[in-house]
Design a protein around this ligand. Structure first.
Ligand code: DGJ
Length: 551
């Protein structure tokens, strides 16, 4: 963690506080990188997206009512929602932005920011969202060929006409957005395509692709991506990358295609842009593609290739649909890099995912959103929740509601490296977070009073902790001063570094919230039974301002 001194911490806090409520003039959002950490800057200040993503078919004016109801119940500050190529250009060259206009107008009324998902050439690798005039014209918009020369379902990234047509539509969208929204920045980010890559084939085997595959690996790729097994320092894809050649080549082809589109879009309106990934198993030992994930998509092993080929894409972002805590932790680890901000644009909307919000925000992510949060009466179980009503939204909504008053302060702290977070693991074991001169240990399934021994009868546990549901995010805002935000957890502090071995106690443990000006408002100070056994957070997400001291 960056060295803190009290003065810097307090200055930073008061700067953030002073700026949090000010009606800053709107400026185009951008992604700020500082010392390998990141912040999304919205209206000139750091902003944390606590968002939701709609179902895939909610991108029509008449469907928006049931979207906004869920956004309200989720207390989300950001809505991620598709804009489909088929809907804005149903007839070639004739654009219809009426849905986009309605969406942006309603988002402003609801005071919700938008992340637009460009469903173009690829949506979950398929051309299903392209207009009909694209879908069925294989001659002009070629599909990939398999090894036997058979046409596959997936559009080829080597299709120049496809790329030109997608680019033209995307540029039209960005031009329209600039016109209607530049002054307001309702739309703060754009996803280019959706979960790209290919199932069933490692790459395109059509004549253009074959010719490109036999060419030399471009220097930018060589500079970014080391071969996982010994290969030539330069040469063809096969010479350099051996058994990984097909996947890497395909990733390069798709990333280059996306780059063309993103670059042209940003040339007219420079919003931050990202791609989202259908993930390969992060726990499986590294091995060449064998049909087990979408080849060529921005999976963790090819982020470097996306960085090389697509500099106009800010972030490669993981879509979390494996709910076990080891996979979640590993995916977060792999996608959070100095050159790649952590952003989780999709995760399951089952209750088991809610606790990960603390881990994700604690890691300093620029945003997070469960998928399928609207009342369209569609359940994406088993990837997500069986339920489709308010009860599906509630586990996320209560966390977001508690977080929202500090959404900008938190983003500032994250940028300065002051935040950490944990989610209860499937093993349910205690976890420790390291801060300057303090450690914070979080344990789970404890009653609020007394210690639950390891051997305890686990039938006698607090309601709501039957399955892992705990999470805590902590920001160190000064020397021995912390914001603790969490649920279903016990939080204890101990001295480390300069405080190692010293007896410690709470100076204050104030429960409260930040007001609209970013000023802390205390509701009560926890003491006595409420601190004798650590800080015991129930299922109601709670924010505490804690001051520790030693004696
Ligand atoms: C990930 C995709 O990106 C989403 O659009 C959606 O299809 C989910 N999978 C599944 O619900």
């Amino acid at each position: 963690m960056k060295k803190l001194n009290r003065l810097t911490a307090l200055c930073a806090l008061s700067w953030l506080a002073a700026n949090a409520g000010a009606a800053a003039p709107s400026a185009t959002p951008y992604l700020l990188q500082k010392d390998g950490r990141h912040a999304l800057i919205v209206d000139g200040k750091p902003f944390t997206m606590v968002g939701v993503q709609t179902h895939n078919s909610s991108n029509y004016p008449d469907a928006l009512g049931q979207v906004w109801d869920a956004v309200r119940d989720a207390h989300a500050n950001t809505l991620e929602i598709p804009v489909a190529w088929e809907q804005i250009e149903p007839v070639e060259g004739k654009f219809d932005f009426s849905y986009v206009d309605t969406l942006v107008e309603q988002a402003r009324q609801k005071q919700v920011r938008l992340v637009l998902l460009w469903f173009g050439t690829w949506k979950n690798t398929s051309p299903q969202y392209t207009p009909e005039w694209v879908k069925f014209d294989n001659a002009r918009f070629p599909r990939m060929l398999d090894k036997d020369g058979k046409v596959t379902y997936c559009l080829s990234p080597h299709g120049e006409e496809t790329m030109k047509a997608d680019k033209r539509a995307f540029v039209a969208l960005m031009t329209h957005l600039k016109k209607i929204d530049e002054a307001r920045a309702t739309v703060i980010m754009v996803q280019v395509e959706n979960e790209v890559g290919t199932y069933g084939n490692a790459r395109d085997y059509g004549p253009k692709a074959e010719a490109a595959f036999r060419r030399q690996v471009p220097p930018a790729v060589l500079a970014h991506k080391k071969p996982p097994v010994a290969g030539a320092a330069a040469g063809t894809w096969t010479e350099v990358y051996g058994p990984y050649a097909s996947e890497y080549f395909h990733a390069y082809a798709i990333a280059s295609y996306i780059e063309e589109i993103a670059k042209a879009g940003r040339a007219v309106y420079n919003l931050p842009m990202y791609v989202n990934a259908a993930l390969r198993d992060p726990l499986e030992p590294m091995a060449p593609w064998k049909g087990n994930f979408a080849s060529g998509g921005p999976s963790y092993d090819v982020i470097d290739i996306y960085k090389a080929a697509a500099p106009h894409i800010d972030v490669a972002a993981p879509d979390l649909y494996a709910s076990d805590s080891d996979r979640v932790a590993s995916n977060l680890e792999r996608f959070q890099r100095g050159d790649n901000a952590l952003f989780v644009p999709e995760m399951g909307n089952a209750p088991v995912y809610a606790r990960y919000v603390y881990q994700i925000l604690g890691r300093g992510a620029i945003g997070v959103a469960p998928f399928g949060v609207d009342y369209a009466d569609y359940s994406n179980y088993p990837l997500g929740n069986k339920l489709t009503d308010k009860t599906m939204v509630e586990p996320f909504g209560k966390i977001y509601a508690a977080f929202r008053p500090m959404e900008r302060l938190w983003a500032g702290w994250a940028l300065e490296g002051r935040t950490r977070g944990v989610a209860e693991s499937d093993a349910r074991k205690p976890q420790t977070m390291a801060f300057k001169d303090w450690g914070v240990t979080v344990s789970f399934r404890q009653w609020q009073m007394g210690e639950q021994p390891e051997s305890a009868d686990m039938k006698d546990i607090p309601a709501g902790t039957e399955s892992p549901s705990g999470g805590v995010a902590v920001a160190q805002i000064g020397e021995g001063e912390f914001i603790v935000f969490g649920q279903h957890a016990r939080v204890k502090f101990h001295g480390t570094g300069a405080n190692a071995g010293k007896p410690a106690m709470f100076a204050r443990a104030e429960e409260g919230r930040f007001d609209a000006d970013g000023k802390w408002v205390m509701q009560r100070n926890w003491n006595g039974d409420q601190t004798d056994h650590g800080l015991n957070l129930t299922g109601r997400p709670t924010v505490l301002r804690v001051k520790m001291g030693t004696y």
